[in-house]
Design a protein around this ligand. Sequence first.
Ligand code: SF4
Length: 353
Amino acid sequence: MTRRTSKPLRVGEVTIGGDTPIVVQSMTKTDTRDITATVNQIKYLEDCGCEIVRVAIPDKEAAKSLASIKKRVSIPIIADIHFDYRLALAALQASVDCLRLNPGNIRDREKIAIVVAAAKERKAPIRIGVNAGSLPANFQPDAPLAERMVNMALEQIRLMESLNFDLIKVSLKAFDVLTTIQAYQMIADKIPYPLHLGVTEAGLPRTGVIRSAIGIGILLYQGIGDTIRVSLSAHPCEEVFVAYEILKSLGVRQRGPTLVSCPSCGRAEVDIIALAEAVSKRLQKISKPIKVAVMGCVVNGPGEAKDADVGIACGKGKGVIFRKGEVVNTTNEDRFLEAITTEINSLNSRGLE
Ligand code: SF4
């Protein structure tokens, strides 16, 4: 995997692009005017590992509340602006770390120039966030969708460059996974700026996780992308969890534990699905990047999961605890969950050998 070279920029204290790790972001789902609710959700997101958070700015009151929100959280905040350039100015005044502008609905070059001047003065980057769904109908109507998205971004990039502004990052999100991939591939070697990846309106977790993993995963595998946001109709911490799972699957970042569990089959003599779910819940409190296996039979289990740091292979009435494929203990069926939890906690506190 050779990563595309991009020009790094800073969003608050977080660097995006260059050879820095792929940054995980999410978006609050609270009313930004409700300062307490928004601060609480951002803090929760920080605990989940979210590194940058975006908040919607639907009106002036929301923009104003950014100043108080910012004082009470530690991760950088991006103000999400549509339609009204004055909201971008108000967000900058409230010391937001970065803006997201939708070029599909803020079209007036003079107004964009005013925002760019204010962002430049504060050294705040701008994400040019193209959304397939909000392209103006009269914008290159005959061109393929991915091309229209790319051209919309390029038009705004060129405008900002003509104003000597280069603190730019770009996203090109569509609901259609293939259109999204195509758009990012098209723009990747045309511009030097970091790319924010995402598949928009991906849906409920059951389908949205797949759509996001395929879209974001394929691009990352091709070396494209500097920061990611998984969009799900779910709590934003779920988005962060899925984002890290995508990064972990590609071996580009590690965070928290990984659960290996067998699918179960006719050889299993215990309810492996229930045990795996119970172990998964206990792993939520674990911070170290340990690999834990839950396997359905003693004969195949330890061997099939030998790269796990710790695991349990369950048989009828009895199971074995293993570390790196070596059996270290046996346990009775009524203590399966406790036995593996004890091993996990001990590994978490003493660290990996
Ligand atoms: S580990 Fe055993 S129970 Fe689980 S899928 Fe493999 S053979 Fe079946």
